[in-house]
Unconditional design. Structure first.
Length: 168
């Protein structure tokens, strides 16, 4: 059984390069896809996801992180039902109606601005994320509301990619 990647900063610099950079620096997009696929019951290979994303937008995906739409396009190509939502007020409902979500957001710390992807799930006790913080050791509890968590963290420009298994 595969385990979630809960802290991309722990990925060795020479393992799973993403573009010209290390996954520890720019790999949150592929890591979110990887974790989402595990949540969907798959056994993903990091190399397969990295290769697919790098070929999707050469020179962009990998060297400059991952384009906000790339996980959705990749998972749709692989047969999953995908819905995008940028209305944070709808995130709680949308995430609960999905099998798994991939959350993109911008963050600000002083004068620095960055972006990040995380895999998110809805459970009985609230919402959980994987690979949220640089000191994460497992799944991170976001509380009873995904939108409240994002507001409390002062994240902005948020997009939720909702993923459902294909109907059989």
């Amino acid at each position: 059984m595969q385990t979630y990647i809960c802290n991309q900063t722990k990925i060795p610099k020479d393992r799973w390069r993403y573009g010209f950079r290390s996954s520890a620096k720019t790999g949150c997009g592929w890591v979110a896809v990887y974790n989402a696929l595990i949540e969907l019951g798959e056994s993903p290979l990091p190399e397969t996801i990295i290769d697919a994303l790098e070929h999707q937008l050469p020179l962009i995906n990998g060297n400059f992180g991952t384009n906000v739409l790339s996980p959705a396009m990749l998972l749709k190509k692989w047969g999953y039902n995908v819905t995008l939502c940028s209305d944070v007020a709808k995130f709680d409902q949308m995430c609960r109606m999905s099998d798994v979500g991939i959350l993109f957001y911008y963050w600000r710390k002083g004068a620095r601005i960055g972006s990040h992807f995380v895999c998110v799930t809805a459970g009985e006790g609230g919402f959980y994320g994987y690979n949220t913080y640089s000191d994460s050791h497992g799944e991170d509890f976001y509380g009873g509301s995904l939108s409240a968590f994002l507001k409390n963290q002062k994240n902005f420009g948020c997009v939720l990619t909702c993923v459902r298994k294909p109907a059989k």
